[in-house]
Design a protein around this ligand. Structure first.
Ligand code: SAM
Length: 347
């Protein structure tokens, strides 16, 4: 088919609404923001599952104000779904995005309102922690979805190489790791998380998995190691995306934490840690700049793999294995406790 000549052109010869708009970077941001909001919101309302499960009919009478159909049409216009014979189905691009939807849920559900307050945080009109906090449920749910593909397979592979039977998960979120570990390795576990919504979700997930006799979750501060007596019997402590919260209180606080953990846990016990490294400044880096900025808002700094290594070694832990995770710039660190029982030296 011959190209249709546009009716209007700018002075530079671009078709109005065509090439010129395509070259304006603002519309890429505009679309990304809208699509992120729409997809995360559908997931949070439990509606994305329908599309992930198969085809959805174009039904103008469905839902409130015809919004389901308007949304499906929007997603088709943006290439996330395809409409064939009145049925909407995820496109290849849509399937790829849904596979990684945890990133959208984490960002929009957990931190959307936090990012939107950045101007006020910068002027001092509001303060993170006092006036605005992240949403614990969607941080935990988003993290669990991200972890499903980008952490768990790597963690399982690493853990296959060691012996362990009792796990303590520090900052366990919705207990997705403990449930997977109990199913895969037959171990028992205790989880501790500060967010009541995450603990509530964890309770439901453990019950749904029929693992109440193997896994317990408590709502509490994982920074208070004295309140976690199970550590004395644990041969594996897990801290996925938690240790930077301890580092928030300074390097000395982190060192004291790691030393104390080593003094409570049996000699030879393991610690498995996942952390995102800070943005490196490389062009086109994915995820790390946003993760770094959000943690700066929360007054938290991130460490490189070398930074974590130095801290662990100084606190009496030896490196067993370090590898990259599926999340851009994230690392999985497995260290072993070399401290003699009861020793809390260096404090
Ligand atoms: C990014 S999420 C990761 C959740 C889980 N570890 C995972 O990988 O799916 C971090 C979790 O740590 C929890 N958390 C943060 N500070 C904590 C603290 N001091 N004590 C216990 N939990 C904490 C948060 O509530 C959140 O659920």
């Amino acid at each position: 088919m011959a190209d249709v000549e546009p009716l209007l052109r700018t002075e530079s010869g671009d078709a109005i609404g065509g090439d010129a708009a395509a070259r304006r970077p603002v519309f890429e941001l505009f679309e990304g923001f809208a699509l992120t909001s729409v997809l995360a919101s559908l997931e949070r309302a439990g509606l994305l599952a329908r599309l992930e499960g198969g085809s959805v009919p174009a039904d103008p009478s469905e839902g409130r104000d015809g919004l389901p159909l308007a949304t499906l049409r929007y997603l088709a216009q943006r290439g996330v779904v395809e409409e064939v014979n009145g049925m909407f189905t995820l496109s290849q691009r849509g399937r790829e995005i849904c596979k990684d939807k945890g990133y959208l849920v984490w960002l929009q559900g957990g931190y959307g309102h936090v990012l939107a307050s950045l101007g006020d945080f910068s002027t001092g009109a509001r303060r993170y922690g006092d006036d605005v906090i992240r949403d614990g449920r969607w941080v935990a749910d988003g993290s669990a979805l991200i972890g499903r593909d980008d952490v768990s397979p790597h963690a399982t592979e690493v853990l296959t190489g060691i012996d362990f039977s009792h796990v303590v998960d520090l900052g366990c979120g919705n207990a997705r790791f403990l449930i997977a570990a109990a199913n895969r390795f037959g171990v028992t576990g205790v989880g501790v998380d500060l967010a009541p919504e995450a603990c509530e979700d964890a309770g439901h997930a453990i019950a749904a998995a029929g693992l109440e006799d193997k896994i317990k979750v408590r709502c509490g501060d994982a920074g208070d190691l004295d309140a976690i007596p199970e550590l004395a019997e644990a041969d594996l402590a897990v801290a996925f995306f938690l240790l930077h919260e301890i580092f928030e209180h300074g390097r000395e606080a982190l060192m004291a934490y790691l030393r104390k953990l080593g003094s409570i846990m049996p000699r030879g016990a393991y610690m498995l840690v996942a952390e995102v490294q800070p943005a490196s400044g490389a062009p086109d880096e994915k995820w790390r700049p946003e993760f770094t900025l959000l943690h700066a808002i929360m007054r938290q700094q991130l460490l490189t793999a070398e930074g974590w290594h130095d801290a662990f070694v100084e606190a009496g832990w030896s490196r067993h294995e370090v590898r990259d995770l599926g999340l851009p710039g994230a690392v999985l660190l497995l260290y072993q406790n070399t401290a003699p029982a009861g020793a809390e030296g260096g404090e």
